[in-house]
Write a protein that binds this ligand. Structure first.
Ligand SMILES: [Zn+2]
Length: 489
């Protein structure tokens, strides 16, 4: 009988493929270098649109684009409820300083209420495969995990409006001092700090817990998430991310050592390491595109935004992407016209008669799935208008992508959601629309359809490497269903 090796999935938030390659060439990422060399390496894999962590991690965990997973980014406007739902831009910020509602939305609501597709943890559980998760934001599963942090426990018990006393996750679930399934020595050290101080959620912690998990018999499926490389790029830029990759490789080395060293791990495990999105460096000046005001329209902006008699547009920026929700009497074309020639606005997209229309300054195209040229992933499209808008290389038989990888499928996979804005914006390189609460990252940002933030790497050993981040879940489901002992009879 063929035996199935356990799977280790490593998600390295926001690390650009070229940055990792540079680190490997410099000899400063020997573990990831060896994984790339010995396994399969894809350097031009593709994220979803918007290329933002909640959307991208949901895509990895469910195999669904945002329209299928229901998670469209850091925030979206709930038309029925008339309010903006904010998951928070940065995990670190949400946990350490976020208001309790954002924390609630991020840790409880997103997985429990808003995630529409089953996760890998749920699907694998059905097949008799147990999972373990360290820090990954999308972790819904069949097992209940009580909150371990005293401050939050007492907040919940005191009848606070938000926060539950437990979440549902895989068999083993670890997130700093908040949730841990067994004592690893890494949790609980600062357990009295409360959510307004550090709760031990960081890459060091992920490595420590990963080490403990691999030292004994690991779960059949273990997912470990490292997020600091994204934060470093946001605040200090790509050179700093390059330096961070060296540290990250050191963390991975600790995890691999616990499994007997990478050489041994390649024998004993199937491994996938990938990033969820890329990063686009921002201009040092004038990088912020303030779409909180749009000429000729009354705009509602930030976390309390809503449509009403006095407000015609709700603007929800998400880094280098933005979603605009229009009141019924407001026309998409008029809004696009008002924005299209603003500095930093690259693309605008909206629905018209079952087609998605895309504008880039005064040029336009429209597309929909249908009888037409095939893209590199096998999707067939009807395309009319100027293919240059999305930098498409078009022939009768095929369409391939330039600056905007997998653009047609990614726009479709976002805009098909009823949670998506009526008009969607993608920023030009160097620019950002900032965060939903106002403010913006200084050095680098992501979210757009452009290749800078859309390209990711995927390294794999023992399983096929994904070409798109939505391939990860199907690849792993296939992997586990191939093994006889996991067949559900
Ligand atoms: Zn980020």
């Amino acid at each position: 009988m063929k035996s199935t090796k356990p799977v280790l999935l490593l998600v390295l938030d926001g690390i650009r493929p070229d940055i990792l390659q540079a680190a490997i060439e410099d000899g400063e990422a020997p573990n990831l270098g060896m994984l790339a060399e010995r396994g399969e390496a894809v350097w031009d894999a593709v994220s979803v649109f918007p290329s933002i962590t909640p959307a991208a991690t949901a895509a990895i965990a469910t195999g669904e684009a945002p329209a299928g997973s229901g998670i469209l980014g850091h925030a979206w406007y709930d038309r029925e409820a008339g309010r903006v739902i904010v998951y928070g831009a940065m995990r670190e910020t949400v946990i350490s300083s976020g208001p309790i509602k954002v924390f609630h939305n991020n840790v409880f609501r997103m997985n429990r209420d808003d995630l529409l597709a089953p996760t890998l943890f749920e699907e694998l559980h059905e097949r008799g495969v147990d999972g373990a998760c360290v820090n990954f934001p999308i972790r819904r599963g069949p097992h209940e995990h009580p909150i371990r942090l005293k401050t939050i426990e007492s907040y919940s018990k005191s009848g606070g409006r938000y926060l539950g006393s437990a979440v549902h996750g895989p068999k083993e679930y670890y997130m700093g001092d908040l949730f841990y399934s067994r004592e690893t020595g890494a949790s609980g050290r600062r357990g009295s700090g409360g959510i307004h101080r550090s709760v031990g959620i960081n890459d060091e912690y992920a490595a420590e817990v990963g080490k403990v998990l691999l030292m004994k018999q690991a779960a059949p499926f273990t997912l470990i998430y490292f997020f600091k490389g994204d934060q470093v790029a946001h605040h200090e830029g790509l050179a700093a991310q390059r330096r961070y990759v060296t540290r990250l490789d050191g963390y991975l080395s600790r995890v691999f050592e616990a499994g007997g060293g990478l050489e041994q791990m390649l024998e004993d495990y199937a491994i996938i390491a990938l990033s969820d999105h890329g990063h686009a460096p921002l201009f040092p000046k004038n990088r912020y595109v303030d779409i909180g005001s749009i000429h000729g329209f009354r705009v509602s902006f930030k976390a309390r935004a809503r449509l009403n008699a006095r407000r015609e547009i709700v603007v929800v920026p998400g880094g280098r992407s933005a979603m605009l929700y229009l009141r019924e009497d407001v026309g998409e074309r008029d809004v696009v016209e008002a924005l299209m020639f603003r500095r930093g606005v690259d693309l605008a997209a909206w629905w018209e008669d079952g087609w998605i229309r895309v504008r880039k300054r005064d040029r336009g195209l429209r597309f929909r799935p249908g009888d037409g040229p095939l893209d590199p992933f096998g999707g067939a499209w009807e395309i009319e208008g100027d293919p240059g808008v999305l930098d498409l290389r078009l022939s009768e038989m095929s369409v391939s992508y330039g600056e905007y990888p997998d653009a047609l499928n990614r726009l479709w996979g976002c805009m098909s959601s009823p949670r998506c804005g009526d008009v969607v914006l993608s920023a030009a390189p160097g620019y950002t629309f900032g965060e939903v609460a106002g403010g913006f990252h200084r050095a680098s940002d992501h979210g757009s359809l452009h290749e800078a933030d859309s390209r990711v790497f995927a390294l794999a050993s023992g399983v096929p490497a994904p070409r798109r981040i939505t391939d990860v879940a199907p690849i792993l489901l296939e992997y586990f269903s191939e093994s006889p002992e996991h067949h559900v009879l």
